[in-house]
Design a protein around this ligand. Structure first.
Ligand code: SF4
Length: 87
């Protein structure tokens, strides 16, 4: 593994993210973190990250609407999850 390249990618990520993520409503469920989705070639760019963020927020927004719709129809729809355990 090329640690200098890893550090360069992390620095690019931080430069593209540091002012956005801490104010983003989507942070608790964010899955933008894959470098493959926020890069152009071998560079993480603010433009590519903004595009990935917009797609992620839109998808999360749609999922929350769907989740609320299910609960409106059946308030107990997800009660079965209380008994679930992770192995
Ligand atoms: S959607 Fe973008 S801005 Fe929001 S938390 Fe995720 S990476 Fe940060």
């Amino acid at each position: 593994m090329n640690s200098a390249k890893v550090m360069a990618l992390l620095n690019q990520w931080n430069m593209a993210s540091h002012d956005q993520c801490r104010y983003c409503w989507c942070l608790p469920t964010c899955n933008v973190g894959c470098f493959a989705n926020v890069g152009e070639g071998e560079m993480v760019t603010p433009e590519a990250k903004l595009k990935a963020c917009a797609i992620n927020r839109s998808r999360t927004h749609d999922l929350l609407i769907e989740y609320c719709g299910v609960l409106e129809e059946n308030p107990k729809a997800f009660d079965y999850m209380a008994e679930m355990t992770l192995k």
